[in-house]
Write a protein that binds this ligand. Sequence first.
Ligand SMILES: [Fe+2]
Length: 302
Amino acid sequence: MNKQAIDTLLQKINDSAISEGNPRTKEIVNRIVRDLFYTIEDLDVQPDEFWTALNYLGDAGKSGELGLLAAGLAFEHFLDLRLDEAEAKAGIEGGTPRTIEGPLYVAGAPESAGHARLDDGTDPGQTLVMRGRVLGEDGKPLANALVEVWHANHLGNYSYFDKSQPAFNLRRSIRTDASGNYSFRSVVPVGYSVPPQGQTQLLLDQLGRHGHRPAHIHFFISAPGFRKLTTQINIDGDPYLWDDFAFATRDGLVPAVKQAEGAEGKPYGVEGNFALIDFDFTLFKERDNLPGAEVERLRAEA
Ligand SMILES: [Fe+2]
C-alpha cells in the first residue's frame, strides 16, 4: 500500500468526526495512528503480530505493569530530558538533577519533623543514615520543605505493593527544620529487577535486554513557591549503577557512601558501624511560562 493510499484513509478517519471533540487529543491520536499505519506498512507487520501486540498491552495493563514498561522503554527518562531542556531554555540549570519517579510511590506516608526512621528494625542490611539540607537556588536553606522518601527492602520489594511488609515500611515524609536540615535512618537498599514472569520482562527478553535496577532511593522534594523535584540517589558501587534498565542514573545523583561509627551515630540513635550519606537537594523557584514540574499521574494512596 502506498503512502498516498494510507493518507487517504487517515483523512477519511479525520473527516468522520461529527463534533469538534478535544483538539489536542485529536491531534495526538491522529499522529500516533498515522505513525503506526506507516510502521505497519514499512515493516510489513502481519495481523498476528498486530493482535499479539494489542493483547500484550492489555495484559500489561491488567497486571499493573504499564508504569514499569514506560520506565523500561525510557519514556519516563525521555520526559525528564524534555523537562530539563525546557528549564534550560528558561535559564534554569545546575541544581539537583531530576530523575524518574517510577510506578511505586504511595501517598499518605507518616510525616516527621526533621528526622525519621524508615525501617522497623526487622529489615536485614547495613544501617544507613542519610542527611543533608534542602536549599533554594540561592543556596539559602529552606525550612519546612517536605522530603518524601521511599525505597525497596532487601528483597527488592516495596511496601503496599508487597503486602508482607508493614504499612509504609521504608516510606516517610520529613519536614526540614529551621536550618533546612533533614535526616533519616534506614537500611542500605539493594538493587532489584522487574518481576521475572511479568509482562515487562517478557518484552525485555524479546529485545535482548535485562530488567535490573541498581540500588536507589526515591525522593519528592517540595516547598511552596519552588518547583517540585522528583529524583533518586543511587548507592555507589552497585554493578548496575550505569546499566539501569530504566536509564535513571544521572551524574550528580551518586553520592559517596561513607562508613561511620561511634559518636557520629548518636543523633540518629545508631550504635556501631553504619553507612552515611550526606546529600543536599537544591530546588528552583517556580517561574511562569514553564511546564509544571508537578506531574499528574495515577498514584497509590494508603
Ligand atoms: Fe525504585
